[in-house]
Each structure stands twice: as C-alpha cells, then as structure tokens.
Design a protein around this ligand. Sequence first.
Ligand SMILES: [Zn+2]
Ligand SMILES: [Zn+2]
Length: 228
Amino acid sequence: MSERFSATIEDYLGVLYVLERDGEPIVGARLADLLGVKPPTVTNTLKRMVRDGLVTLDIAHSPHLTEQGKEAARSLVRRHMLAEWLLNRMLSWSKLHKEAHELEHAMSDEVAEALLEDLDSPEVCPHGNPLPGYEDFVSGWIPLTQAPTAQPLIVRRVHELAEDAPQVLSFLEEKGIEPSREVWVEDILDFNQTISLRVGKELVSLGFAVAQYIYVEQPHKNSSANIA
Ligand SMILES: [Zn+2]
Ligand SMILES: [Zn+2]
C-alpha cells in the first residue's frame, strides 16, 4: 500500500494537483477559498506538508508538489473518481462528487484496483474530468465560452472547480446539461458575460463564471469519412 496521509492533507493534495495540472497560479488566498479554511490555516498546513516532503515553497511562498506529493495526489484523485463511478450506480449525478469526497479517504489500494478493473479503466470521472494520466484524452474539448455558435455540440466535461459547487451541479442536472448531451450555443454575449444555450427544446442562460467550466466537443462534421 502506498503511503497515506490524513484526510486534510489529502484534500490539499487534490486541490494542488488540479491547479498545477491546469497551470493555474497557486496563492494562499485562493487555496483558503477552495479549501474553505482561513489563510493562516493554509500557511500552517503547508508548513507540515513541506516537512513531510510533499510540497516545496518557491520564493513567492507558492507551493509546488514534489514527486512524492504528486504520487500521493494522483492516488487521491484516482480514488475520488473511482468512488464517483461506484456511487453513480445508486445516486443522482449532482450528488456524486460530494459523497465521493468522503469515501475517497477510506478507500484502500486494493478496492481502488478492483474498481479500476470492474469499471474497465475509465479515462474520465462521471463529470468528464481526466483520471491522472489521461489529460490528453480531454485536451480537445473546448469551454462553452469559446464554443462555436449554431451547430450541435456534445457536453463532455464539467470541471472540478464547478463540481465543488453543489448548486451549480443540481442546476446543470435539472437542465439536462451533463456529459454526452447535445447542446447548441445560440449566443455568446460578451457585454453581458452570458451565453444562451439550447438544450432540447429549452433555452438556458448561463453566466461566463459557470460556462467557462463546461467543456464541449464538436462532433465529427463528416461522419461518413469515419465509416469509409
Ligand atoms: Zn469530484
Ligand atoms: Zn467527477
């Protein structure tokens, strides 16, 4: 069994992993916000993580995962996503992330391995976020804020940072905006920071703050070429 850390440390590892993966700047205030704690708590926890060899701090005091930190983070993120797939059999889509967030810490390597096999090694979680090692699988998907208008698009991904907002997830679920659904972007209103999205017969208005975290794929325009 790989070395395990407390649930608190694992939560930090998960957030640091996602921010680093996406090339986002990592500052204490942002971490405090994402982890729901106060900045001094972040500072203290990061000190413990430095001591344990999980992160290093650069001259601006921004944390970076060490190799050991990355390995522990990949294990955590994988367990989280496998727990989501397990719960997907019994819970509605908008509840998976929150419940998996509890289960992930208790899952042994043996159960994680068994789930990986049972699920046939999924590339993504039920929200379309990549399991560690499958980042390339999702790299061709584009955020709705940059999507072409007036053509069919397939929803592929709701980013981890939106998964963390239960109200956003239940709104998307209620409107049917979930992976593998077809949607059309009718308008992108830059001045208003909103897009209007056609989902089935319904027109849904989304602010850029949420739309930036929803990724779509353009279906192959010439599907006959694929058959030939
Ligand atoms: Zn999740
Ligand atoms: Zn997920």
